[in-house]
Design a protein around this ligand. Structure first.
Ligand code: SF4
Length: 432
């Protein structure tokens, strides 16, 4: 394993100033509706009503897999031919659908109207609908809107748009309230509970999370809020929080031992707590994670990995795989490179890493084939054709659906990359 290097040592190194290949061409990504799959599990009294077509309904349903709910918390209001032809008043129809839904479901506290390509094509003003319906159903239900449209987006932007839509309605803390830490980004409940315990042991007992599990538990945000991003794809949410006066704590992302330690250390430092306290509070989970990673290092070290741009998690993942597991990065593609939010990550990436932003699919496929990496991280649409060509793949979307943050999940994250390589080795052994 590469030694865990204190962040300040490499602050100006790695790929901080590395050139980035920028591509704008055909792309192969899921749209932002996909975020509903993990967000509806996270905010337990919310409902996501996609205003879209049958295609949108199929996408959400199939992304959600075969989950059967007695009381599902997402649905699609189908825009049909009459709406598209302008024969029906789509606003009236939407009011009827929402009224019927809220009459049946008294457990809903936040209703998200989620825009799609079809709702944007017919220019259905969902913010007007959300305001009107919010007034009508307040204070029982708050109605918000955001776009999950696939035009010019990638799938994790759905979460960004959803969280950004929550910000204007968050409570405002009293001017005299003490400084407050808010962790921003949907985390699996088990991970959130682990971080809550770790923060308390470090000396930060009142950390809040955005999104919260319930609508009435969302954090207050104002000038005395310091926020810590848990996900690297929250540019709009960060902007909305800063418009309220909140200030971001610059940190790497909590993937792997090094990223998690750096993330906690940065949060502690923002509240005047030294690195020694973090080291002491995290000693046991760090030791467990490092021991658990050892068994994956043998399988992953030296393996060459290629990232197609998909989840926006690519750069923190590449940093973890290269530095803690010894993998070799052939190309790290990401849909958008937010230099400010990723500054600590870029500094930690091995110098000389090939970075690309955006996509020109055919050109990138050619580069990937020329490299013949041991494993390719890509979207579902590319995985099957690449497997047919003999390349081993990992679905990027699985990395967003799985609990991968924090010390306790570091080995599970490594396992997500080790498993396809093991499978390939078994298949090759069987064929030999
Ligand atoms: Fe619906 Fe557009 Fe997403 Fe397709 S890309 S599922 S039309 S929102």
């Amino acid at each position: 394993m590469n030694a865990v290097i204190p962040l300040h040592v490499e602050a100006a190194g790695g790929c901080s100033t590395a050139p980035v290949l920028k591509e704008r061409g055909q792309r192969e990504v899921f749209c932002g509706l996909t975020g509903i799959v993990w967000l509806h599990r996270k905010i337990q009294d919310a409902f996501f009503l996609v205003v879209g077509s049958r295609t949108c309904a199929h996408l959400v349903q199939s992304a959600a897999g075969v989950m059967i709910f007695a009381e599902p918390r997402f649905a699609t209001a189908i825009i049909d031919e009459r709406d598209l032809a302008g024969l029906a008043d789509a606003q009236d129809e939407l009011d009827r659908v929402v009224t019927r839904l809220l009459e049946r479901r008294s457990d809903i506290r936040t209703l998200f109207l989620v825009g799609s390509c079809p709702s944007e094509v017919i220019k259905l003003d969902l913010s007007r609908a959300a305001q009107r319906l919010s007034t009508r159903f307040a204070p029982q239900v708050r109605v918000l809107n955001y776009s999950g449209s696939g035009i010019e987006t990638t799938f994790t932007q759905g979460e960004d748009a959803c969280l950004a839509s929550l910000v204007p309605g968050l409570p405002v803390p009293a001017a005299t309230a003490p400084a407050q830490l808010v962790v921003v980004g949907a985390l699996a409940d088990v991970v959130e509970d682990q971080f809550t315990r770790l923060f308390a042991q470090i000396g930060l007992p009142a950390v809040q999370f955005l999104p919260a599990r319930r609508s009435d538990a969302m954090p207050a945000v104002g000038p005395n809020t310091r926020y810590l991003l848990a996900q690297p794809f929250l540019a709009d949410t960060a902007r909305a929080l800063e418009n309220r006066g909140a200030r971001r704590i610059a940190a790497p992302f909590p993937l792997g031992v090094e990223g998690t330690l750096g993330w906690l250390t940065a949060a502690a430092a923002a509240f005047g707590i030294g690195a020694e306290a973090v080291q002491a509070a995290t000693a046991a989970p760090r030791a467990r994670a490092e021991a658990a990673l050892t068994r994956h290092r043998a399988a992953l070290s030296g393996q060459r990995i290629f990232f197609f741009p998909d989840s926006q998690l690519e750069i923190p993942l590449a940093r973890f795989l290269a530095r803690e597991l010894g993998m070799q990065l052939t190309e790290v593609g990401t849909p958008y490179l937010h230099r400010e939010h990723l500054s600590e990550e870029l500094a930690l990436l091995p110098s000389g890493t090939v970075l690309s932003e955006g996509q020109d699919l055919e050109k990138q496929l050619d580069r990937c084939r020329a490299q013949q990496p041991d494993i390719v991280v890509c979207g579902l649409g590319l995985a099957n054709p690449l497997e047919a060509e003999g390349l081993t793949t990992k679905w990027a979307i699985e990395l967003v659906f799985s609990p991968i943050h924090g010390f306790e999940q570091a080995a599970d994250l490594a396992e997500l990359f080790a498993r396809p390589l093991r499978r390939r080795a078994l298949l090759q052994a069987g064929l030999a």
